[in-house]
Design a protein around this ligand. Structure first.
Ligand code: PMP
Length: 356
């Protein structure tokens, strides 16, 4: 029997699953992870915290993850309280819960592409209709055009990734405010890469007090170097969190996940200490790529989109042959490289020079 023989939902027939290749190569710069592993002190602290919890694993976890949410609210600042913060297994699960609560059959969500490919996938997975709007040549958003698209389609949910994946583009607050003023439903600002933003790029968290239908999502997968933990979260009006409680599975966040995330938050000075190094490496990468006469999108994230290659597959393969894995994603002639350590970026530069 194969997949086609199963009575699977009609709208899933012929689809392919999300998947960045997980290939074992010396230099892995393809999934926007933080290249710095946790310190021995963090590992020891985590092992001790897990040991302390292990004797109680016969019990379900704290269903509402209250202590973790309090720690996340403290990290986010902006006067946020526990009841305004919600957490799940990665921000992908947070996004799915938002769609389960605010999307569904007969409802629509809009996004500005190229953007994070999971937004449309989670949208259609929850039986919500996806509406695709566009971006400018430089991947920025024209606020007038964004508002016009929202007024035309009246979507139930607006997705805005800022900084955007795969382009690295951040949105000015004025654009987000214009979208909030026009949107009839919920507005989700996906800030998975917020900590990497350049000086002077503020977070949409500052808009929360005046905008009860705004949701800002974050993750510990990137700046926090905790991708393996699977912990994403959001900040919103307390009523939004109440809505998500209606759709979340009971005990969705394991005791071990909650424990690991809280330990990571205690070590945030160390973990976020890698962010400055990564931002410097990113800016140097942008400058270097431009010195090679390549097109490079301005980036507020821990990756850089560059091109343009009439045959990008050939460039991607050439890099892979030299032991460097990047991502073939985004508009047809562009490639995306995640920022790694200084050594990894030197290997990337040497490999790309070999290919060019
Ligand atoms: N949002 C954006 C824009 C992303 O790029 C990613 C990860 N690639 C996510 C959300 C999901 O990350 P996670 O589920 O690991 O929190």
């Amino acid at each position: 029997m194969n997949l086609d023989d199963l009575p699977i939902r009609d709208d899933l027939r012929g689809k392919t699953p999300y998947g960045a290749p997980q290939i074992d190569v010396p230099v892995r710069l393809n999934t926007n992870e933080n290249p710095y592993p946790p310190s021995p002190e963090l590992v020891a602290d985590l092992a001790e915290a897990v040991r302390a919890q292990a004797g109680e694993l016969n019990r379900y976890p704290d269903r509402d993850a209250t202590a973790l949410r309090a720690d996340l609210a403290d990290y986010l600042g902006h006067g946020l309280r526990t009841e305004q913060v919600w957490a799940a297994n990665g921000s992908n699960e947070v996004l799915q819960q938002i769609l389960q609560a605010f999307g569904g059959h007969g409802r629509t969500a809009i996004g500005f592409e190229p953007s994070y490919s999971m937004h449309p996938i989670i949208t259609s997975g929850t039986n919500t209709e996806w509406i695709q709007a566009g971006r400018e040549e430089d991947f920025s958003l024209d606020p007038g055009k964004a508002v016009a698209a929202i007024e035309e389609h009246r979507p139930d949910i607006v997705f805005l990734a800022s900084p955007n994946n795969p382009t690295g583009t951040a949105q000015p607050l004025a654009t987000i405010e214009a979208i909030l003023a026009a949107a009839p439903g919920m507005v989700v600002v996906d800030e998975a890469y917020a900590e990497f933003a350049r000086e002077g790029t503020p977070s949409a968290l500052t808009l929360l007090p005046a905008h009860p239908r705004l949701i800002v999502t974050r993750t510990m997968s990137k700046a926090f170097a905790m991708a393996g933990t699977r912990l994403g979260y959001l900040a919103a009006h307390p009523a939004v969190v109440e809505a998500l409680l209606l759709v979340r599975l009971p005990y969705h966040l394991s005791t071990l996940t909650q424990t690991a995330a809280r330990v990571a938050l205690r070590h945030r000075a160390e973990l976020l200490g890698t962010v400055d190094a990564l931002r410097r490496e990113r800016d140097a990468t942008v400058t270097w790529l431009r010195s090679k006469d390549l097109a490079v999108a301005d980036s507020d994230a821990n990756f850089v989109l560059f091109g343009r290659f009439p045959d990008r597959r050939k460039v991607w393969e050439g890099l892979l042959e030299r032991g460097v894995l990047i991502r073939e994603v985004g508009p047809p002639e562009w490639l995306r490289v995640t920022i790694g350590t200084g050594e990894e970026m030197a290997a990337f530069r040497a490999a790309l020079e070999g290919v060019l």
